[in-house]
Design a protein around this ligand. Structure first.
Ligand code: NAD
Length: 336
């Protein structure tokens, strides 16, 4: 199979490319990435020289550029990871989120439409909005209504609706996965776990929103990659699959765990995020029953592996935090 993977210089996309080429060395992957602030070519160094891998620097909203890659490569399938992905940045300025996450997805599906190519959309549990903290019995299923809170989740939900429309209207063979919070190697330092690890290592305060009581369902990134690969190969066309780890944790408990593991780090509570979702929790019964998927990495192991990775890859994140990230960090949390 020849597969176009968009957003492969980012966190999950890169982990997916490593996973896929390892599991299916007979396949060819073409990674399309605009290399925004969140994309890093150095992340793809382990696969860059492989004969069955090609990197194309391009914007998924650029129809001419996309048509050129599709006609050159004649792919069998597309997996769309490319997105603006950070909620706080979407609160600062929604416009680029609408452009990439909605328009970009439609451009890719238009390219697929001509030859009826298989299209997989990597979505998020955030499209369901949030759940109350005091109702542990409530979980998101695939039937939970879309009810978004942030410009980010609204743009992802809009893309999901377009995917369903392209399936219904044009018969495009589409699937959608909605995953909970991922963690693991190569995650951009603005996200909770790398932010806390890096700040602790650098002797900076660990900024926790509100009282840190918001709950997220955490999944090791490789488990997400395996779910996407299974859906691509065996998922039912036109279906949505929820992907989650049954691993709900409060932000404050994650941060305390990181401090304990590293033996350092000073927590500081900062003004809460606007419209901050209280709790996300996924019911992954459908993907378990239909595709036999279950998370393999326990959080206790995954977080240790992740912290070790950041300790061993200082070069990777030091380069990143000295770039555009520094200005972002100052806007969010003041001087470092
Ligand atoms: N991180 C999570 O916990 C999580 C959970 C569920 C779903 N998701 C979804 O998974 C996908 C990947 O998330 P991530 O955390 O790896 O994001 P990321 O921000 O780390 O990476 C996004 C990548 O997309 C690229 N990109 C952005 N705009 C582009 C454009 N217009 N054209 C081409 N490339 C572009 C960036 O350069 C970057 O390499 C996103 O669609 C996100 O919504 C993420």
């Amino acid at each position: 199979m020849t597969i176009i993977v968009t957003g492969g210089a980012g966190f999950i996309g890169a982990n997916y490319i490593f996973y896929h080429l390892n599991q299916h060395p007979e396949d060819r992957i073409i990674c399309i990435d605009k290399l925004t602030y969140a994309g890093n070519l150095s992340t793809l160094a382990p696969v860059m020289e492989k004969e069955n891998f090609r990197f194309v620097k391009a914007d998924i909203c650029d129809r001419t550029a996309m048509e050129k890659v599709f006609s050159e490569e004649k792919p069998d399938a597309v997996i769309n990871f490319a997105a603006e992905s950070h909620v706080d940045r979407s609160i600062e300025d929604p416009s680029i989120f609408l452009q990439t996450n909605i328009i970009g997805t439609s451009v890719l599906m238009d390219c697929c439409r001509k030859d009826g190519l298989r299209f997989h959309q990597v979505s998020t549990d955030e499209v369901y909005g949030d759940l109350p903290l005091d109702r542990p019995d409530m979980l998101f299923t695939e039937e939970t209504p879309i009810h978004t809170s942030s410009p980010y989740s609204s743009s992802k939900a809009s893309a999901d609706l377009l995917c369903s429309a392209y399936h219904r209207t044009y018969g495009l063979p589409v699937t959608i996965s909605r995953c909970s919070n991922n963690y693991g190697p190569y995650q951009f330092p603005e996200k909770l776990i790398p932010l806390m690890v890096i700040n602790a290592l650098n002797g900076k305060p660990l900024p926790v929103y509100g009282e840190g009581l918001n709950v997220r369902d955490w999944l090791y990134v490789e488990d997400h990659c395996r779910a996407i690969d299974l859906i691509l190969r065996n998922g039912r066309i036109g279906e949505v699959y929820n992907v989650g780890g049954h691993n709900e944790m409060r932000n404050i408990d994650i941060v305390k765990l990181i401090v304990k593991e590293l033996g350092k780090g000073e927590i500081t509570f900062v003004t809460d995020r606007k419209g901050h979702d209280l709790r996300y929790a996924i019911d992954p019964t459908k993907i378990k029953n239909e595709l036999g998927w279950e998370p393999e990495t326990k959080f206790a192991d995954g977080i240790k592996k992740t912290i070790s990775w950041y300790l061993e890859h200082k070069d990777w994140w030091e380069e990143i935090i000295s770039g555009e990230y520094e200005k972002y960090y100052e806007r969010m949390y003041g001087e470092r």
